[in-house]
Write a protein of this length. Sequence first.
Length: 530
Amino acid sequence: MASSDVSSFTPPPPTPAARPVRSAPAELGRAATAGVSAALAGLGAGELTAALLAPAGSPVLTVGALVVDLAPAWLKELVIALFGTGDKAVLVVCVILGAVFLAAAAGVLELRRPPIGRVIVAAAGALAVVAVLSRQNTSVVDALPAVLAMVVSAVLLTVLVARLRRTPAGATASAPDRRRFLAWAGASAGLGLLAAAGGQLISAGVRATDAARARFTLPVAAVPGAPIPAGASLDVPGLAPLITPNAEFYRIDTALRVPRIDPGTWTLKITGMVERDIEIDFADLLALPLEESTTTLTCVSNEVGGDLIGNATWLGYPIRLLLAEARPLAGADMVLSRSEDGWTASTPLEVLTDDRNAILAVGMNGKPLPLEHGYPVRMVVPGLYGYVSATKWVVELTVTRFDRETAYWTNRGWTERGPIKLSSRIDVPRRGTEVPAGPVTVAGVAWSQHVGIRAVQVQVDDGDWNEAALAEAISADTWRQWSWVWPASAGQHTLRVRTTDATGQVQTAVRRDVIPDGATGLHDIAISVV
Ligand SMILES: Nc1nc2c(c(=O)[nH]1)N[C@H]1C(S)=C(S)[C@@H](COP(=O)(O)O)O[C@H]1N2
Ligand SMILES: [Mo]
């Protein structure tokens, strides 16, 4: 019997007459939902990327800033008059509402007139890229969040609208295709909102850190550093300044994003092979009698003649005094320091317990540590290359043994111990420059941290070594300036420098690469005298 046939219970396929239902408000609503969901996913991806990698590239904030720049003065005044200090929030809400409206339109158009929806997404993305790049101090990296937002939105818009087309018009809410579309749209929007919220949390942390650093005034040193003798600094233009300004101090680290640590939550743990675990917070540290000391930091990757070296006056607390409270156990020979972002350095325990100025530093040249130099707290250890000692953003010291633990760079082929090698550099005249014949001042720096410099000599071509005049020393832990007046004769010449440390060891001329424990060889420069 035909009437008992199961097929008679399935709804008939839509007849051509049913087609116009595609334009039903419900259908358009779903298309708008597709557009908005795709846009939320894209914006979330963009905001999270910005928070992680390129804070200057937040699509919402840069488009907002562009709107501010383009808005007529009367409108800005009106917004400020109406909303006061809430003006920024109003702006952000307006940008988001604008984006939602545009996204809904893009969804509808992508369904009805493809690919206009995608064209709208691409145009919005291009606008965001222009907004980013038109700001000062932004680079191509800052455009990444906007590009990513655009790509994610466009792909999801295509996917969602394709799903929508597969949904029979007028299908019930429980139809599988309908449900699948709603699941996709919901997941896109949900993940986007989550990512955006995550990005907000991260950048709120950033703002809190910056504000805390701005409010923080360094305590006065309980123990002032050795005074810097007037004669330590030579007045030679072009010579590296005795104290390196913070803004010019070399920066080396593995941090893609500079860690932002709220000093209110910062703590340092001393643990491992100790009789007593210790944990101190920032207020505890600042309440200790802080000491000032001038120490020259050097990177093991500094090539002969390179500039990965800088000298600063640090304010901090001796690590040996904290270790003395923790009481390292017999057999321990190393301290593994760890930064907030998981970087590690292995420092010989004896270097941190002898009487040198190995400190937990909070101040650099009279200022709180700059963010990129380790705010709020870093290690500074005279005599060792940075990779085995100068942990920035430090949060943990584990007392241990070299035969038990290894550190970030020692896992990558660099040696376990990293004493800084005796070295010297010519700063003036600059390599490759022309100087007039006659007396020419040659000057530079020499260093052998924690040992000290006894002499510097300069050689012209293959002639005799000439004694340079040494500037006064601050201490054995800092570099020393030197100068020599060269009676220069016309022609092409090579100037070469070498130094002798306080123990009488002469700097070797043997050229070695920076791997695995620091470069050796003499710095020379070619000069033409006219
Ligand atoms: N957290 C952390 N600390 C770090 C590093 C790093 O990558 N991460 N690099 C070290 C290296 S190799 C050097 S040479 C010094 C450089 O310090 P500066 O950037 O303040 O000059 O920091 C050291 N401290
Ligand atoms: Mo380094």
